[in-house]
Design a protein around this ligand. Structure first.
Ligand SMILES: [Zn+2]
Length: 59
């Protein structure tokens, strides 16, 4: 089976820095606690993930 020629170069160009369009998603703050922006659940400031709906902040 012949292997297809690598198209890494094309992909490199296509993916090369197109300006980040990343929306920074993080916890809401409420009464010194973290509030899940998804379900509104309150968590300790040490929480890294919502235990209610499973939401986690994008990194
Ligand atoms: Zn949640």
């Amino acid at each position: 089976m012949a292997s297809a020629p690598s198209s890494d170069d094309m992909f490199d160009q296509f993916l090369s820095q197109r300006g980040h369009d990343v929306e920074e998603t993080g916890w809401e703050e409420n009464y010194n606690k973290k509030q899940c922006p998804d379900c509104g659940g309150l968590h300790e400031s040490t929480a890294s993930q919502c235990s209610v709906c499973g939401w986690a902040p994008a990194h």
